[in-house]
Write a protein that binds this ligand. Structure first.
Ligand code: B3K
Ligand code: ZN
Length: 867
């Protein structure tokens, strides 16, 4: 496997202006006839040469059967096939400035378990082309800087496939002989081949329409599995909200006359933004109160928004090459976060994002796959759809938004579209537009695109000639991919509080201090104060300040920012858990609990904040605060903390429990926050493990009228009583056995249970009739939940958890390497853990590496982890 390098980019030698596809669908032998109107690219011609190219035309291809090639209408045989690619020698094209190439080939959709290219599952044909899947459909210049206009004709069996869809507008539909029909689509917008899509199946359809700001009527169509139409309304309503929001906030209007969304059960990720024809994992479309949780409702709105926003940030302006992926992903994640903040809540959206950064992105940066948001080297592109490119990428965009303000950011966006609509561009082009529209210099800021790793900002307060100073020092440790690090341009939100809680005026623009070198300081006109640092997570860094417990409590009570109150609560819990980690038998002082309760009581009029403050950091996020941690010990310390918290705050918690009445379910912000508070409280109280608590949970489970509360009771009973948990899980199973999306939750709960025989349970569950190794949702729910979130099982002292995952990956890799490579993540991050664990994890990684025919996907991650 050979790595591609960002700096080796070369513009294409040939352009493909028009693509005409005729696709005759068949389960094992789909025939594709592709007619390409090609042109020699100006880039391929050296200054004074003629018009023809000086290089061969090399078309990507993978797992294809070539049938025939025609050049300008005549049969053509002087091609070569090299490593799957179709090579048309330069000599054959020497006299041609433009030419038509017609290629006929076949593919085998039913045996395509990779879910990339064209595949058939659950009786529906579906495609996934990003990043490099179009080459699994036909021979092509499979790179995002080749933009073409597509006309797609699909021939399918009429009875089995009432809906036959592709990008753009429907231009023809007619019956053919032998029970077949022909459907033809045309997309007037030039696009890269990764945005091509085809879907054929028998769905239920929901229709609606949206009138754009210029008065155009857009037809909206949502396709779901038969019988599930009633679960599509939330997704459709979310789409209309997203369309309106993008007009209001960015002045961006939808461009085609029709927008289609299809939900499918077999899908490698969340969704895909194909032009005019989004394909979604059904998990992010289907929802009603009986089957979806509050979080599901939230996620659906956010992902529907995300894919819609790609129409401008991704489709109209796309990436020049895949190293620039964050150009569209970081920006679009930022946009979907702003949308969620406006539609639902700023605080909840921001907190969940910060958790992703701290639990997953910091871990990636500290591990063998560390890379900048714009990677420099890639073996398998699918491995770079990462929390770094997406989520850290969005944090980088957010910093621009903070530095330039909302108005300045909008000016930059306007200029970006004015300059680049219809083009395939780079991250630099984006930052340049931001820079030029605001007449600022962002050269230093651009380092965020090329430097990997998590900066640590150390802050100390020192007495300096009468007044006090806050001294800031930044340092980024070397990462697996880069040894030398420089000082970044960091916006740090700062607030200073006197011991009385009064805010001290620091005279900072927008309360933001910009740390743009290794050290700098800010003067604080006070002798004794507590700094509130990195409010809103204003930069993706780890902050280090010697806070005392009293300081945290002061911030939790007096900060002007709810975000900072939450952040202080998390830091407080982490420091107490760390105390227990180092000394198991410690009984935390009762005075801490009294003060904590007082601080929490202040938030009782704000359930949104209260529920966040009652949520204790996960083991995954705690792990990031340690070097060489003992995972089992850390998990035990966390549980010990929760037991003590429950004992000491019981009256307070019971009081809240008594104050929350059951209401009939509605997805409103007020109700969501009430349910979240209740969920946090019940989970804490469950650490009492009393029969009374178990009875309470059972009663609430049986009377719950919605999925959110049911899941809350299951999670709480998982803590409270094994017998109750098993009982409720059985009843849940019999109620939802036929609902695939709901059963994913059930698999995930089983997989995260603390139990000595967890591995035999997992094995049994893998033979459950709803389980299917070829379905990524199932694999993620069962094996993914275990490896990522079952600390005690995965890190079992005898290494059996690591072995279980490895056995599974060996079975999965030949079928679906993309999913296998996602699931290997917890194993390759072994350097975080104590030596004894490291050795067992390395042993399993070596087993993987020794496997013949390991996929490129797994090879890249595993080999990096072992160097
Ligand atoms: N662009 C797709 C992700 C494609 C992943 C390919 N392995 C979904 C999204 O980010 O919107
Ligand atoms: Zn995206």
């Amino acid at each position: 496997a050979i790595a591609k390098k960002r700096l080796d980019y070369q513009a294409p030698n040939y352009l493909i202006n028009e693509v005409d596809l005729v696709i005759e669908l068949d389960p094992t032998d789909t025939i594709i006839t592709s007619t390409l109107k090609c042109e020699t690219s100006p880039h391929a011609i050296s200054s004074n040469a003629g018009v023809a190219s000086e290089q061969d035309l090399i078309l990507d291809g993978e797992d294809l059967k070539l049938i025939s090639v025609f050049l300008n209408g005549s049969a053509f045989t002087n091609y070569r096939i090299e490593e799957g690619k179709l090579v048309i020698p330069q000599a054959e094209l020497a006299q041609l400035t433009d030419f038509t190439l017609q290629i006929k080939n076949s593919v085998d959709p039913i045996n395509n378990g990779s879910l990339e290219g064209l595949y058939l599952s659950n009786e529906a044909y579906c495609t996934q082309c990003e990043a490099e899947g179009f080459r699994k459909i036909t021979y092509f210049l499979d790179r995002p800087d080749v933009l073409s206009v597509y006309t797609v004709t699909i021939i399918a069996e009429k009875a089995a496939f009432p809906h036959v869809l592709s990008n753009g507008n429907l231009v023809e539909e007619r019956d053919l002989a032998d029970g077949k029909k022909l459907v033809k689509w045309h997309d007037p917008f030039k696009k890269p081949c990764y945005l091509f899509a085809l879907v054929a199946g028998n769905f239920d359809k929901l229709s609606d329409s949206f009138t754009t700001m210029s008065g155009r009527q857009i037809q909206l169509e949502l396709f779901v599995d038969k019988g599930k139409a009633s679960q599509g309304h939330h997704a459709l309503a979310s789409l209309k909200k997203a369309m309106k929001w993008d007009e209001d906030v960015f002045g961006l209007e939808y461009d085609l006359d029709i927008y289609m969304v299809v939900a499918v059960d077999f899908f490698n990720m969340g969704a895909m933004e194909n032009k005019g024809l989004n394909v979604f994992n059904s998990k992010f479309v289907l929802a009603d109160s009986n089957t979806a949780t509050d979080d599901d409702f939230f996620n659906i709105e956010s992902i529907i928004g995300h894919e819609y926003f790609h129409n401008w940030t991704g489709n109209r302006v796309t990436c020049r090459d895949w190293f620039q992926l964050s150009l569209k992903e970081g920006l679009t994640v930022f946009r979907d976060q702003q949308f969620s903040a406006d539609m639902f809540s700023y605080l909840a959206t921001r907190i969940s994002q910060v958790k992703v950064m701290r639990e997953h992105q910091f871990a990636e940066d500290a591990g063998p796959m560390s890379h900048p948001i714009r990677p420099d080297e890639v073996i398998e592109m699918n491995n770079f759809y990462t929390v770094t490119v997406y989520d850290k990428g969005a944090e980088v965009i957010r910093m621009l938004h903070t530095l330039l303000t909302a108005d300045g950011f909008r000016r930059g966006m306007d200029l970006y579209f004015e300059r680049h609509d219809g083009q395939a561009v780079t991250c630099d082009d984006f930052v340049n537009a931001m820079q030029d529209a605001n007449e600022v210099n962002l050269d230093h800021f651009k380092l965020w695109y090329s430097q990997s790793g998590t900066p640590r900002v150390k802050v100390e307060s020192g007495l300096e000639s009468g007044s006090k100073e806050l001294n800031f020092t930044q340092r980024t440790n070397p990462t697996a991919d880069q040894a030398d690090k420089r000082a970044l341009y960091l916006p740090i939100k700062v607030e200073c509080l006197e011991r009385s809680g009064r805010k001290i005026d620091l005279n900072l623009n927008n309360d933001t201090f910009v740390l743009d070198k290794a050290n700098a300081s800010v003067t604080v006109p006070s002798e004794d104060f507590v700094p509130v640092l990195l409010s809103d997570f204003s930069a993706p860094v780890i902050l280090d300040y010697p806070y005392s417990l009293e300081d945290y409590l002061l911030i939790m009570t007096f900060s002007s920012s709810d975000y900072s109150k939450w952040d202080a609560s998390q830091a407080l819990y982490s420091s107490l858990i760390s105390e227990l980690y180092h000394n198991e038998s410690v009984e935390l002082s009762t005075s801490v609990w009294g003060k904590l309760e007082a601080a929490l009581r202040q938030a009782c009029n704000n359930y949104e904040l209260l529920n966040e403050m009652l949520t204790i950091p996960s083991v995954e996020s705690l792990t990031q605060g340690f070097e060489f941690s003992e995972p089992l010990k850390l998990s035990a310390a966390r549980s010990a903390f929760l037991v003590q918290m429950q004992e000491n705050l019981q009256d307070f918690l019971l009081e809240i429990m008594a104050n929350t009445a059951q209401k009939s379910y509605e997805y409103t912000k007020v109700q969501v926050n009430e349910r979240r508070v209740l969920s946090a409280v019940l989970q804490l109280l469950s650490y009492s493990k009393t029969p009374e608590m178990a009875a309470q949970l059972e009663k609430r489970f049986n009377s719950a009228d919605n999925m959110t509360d049911k899941l809350t009771m299951l999670k709480a009973s998982q803590i409270c009583s094994v017998e109750l948990f098993e009982k409720l899980m059985l009843s849940f199973e019999s109620e939802y056995l036929e609902n695939a999306v709901v059963m994913d939750k059930w698999f995930a709960l089983h997989a995260t249970t603390k139990s000595n025989d967890i591995l035999s349970k997992l094995t049994l569950l893998a033979s459950h009739r709803q389980f299917n190794l070829r379905n990524p949702n199932k694999v993620r729910s069962l094996v993914g939940s275990f490896a990522f979130y079952n600390t005690d099982g995965f890190h079992a002292i005898d290494g059996s958890g690591y072995q279980f995952l490895t056995d599974y990956l060996l079975e999965l890799d030949p079928i679906n390497p993309q999913i296998a490579a996602r699931l290997v993540t917890p194993l390759i991050q072994y350097k975080k853990f104590a030596k004894s664990h490291q050795e067992m994890m390395v042993m399993q990684l070596k087993r993987l590496l020794n496997r013949a025919n390991l996929s490129k996907d797994l090879y890249e991650k595993v080999s990096k982890s072992l160097t």
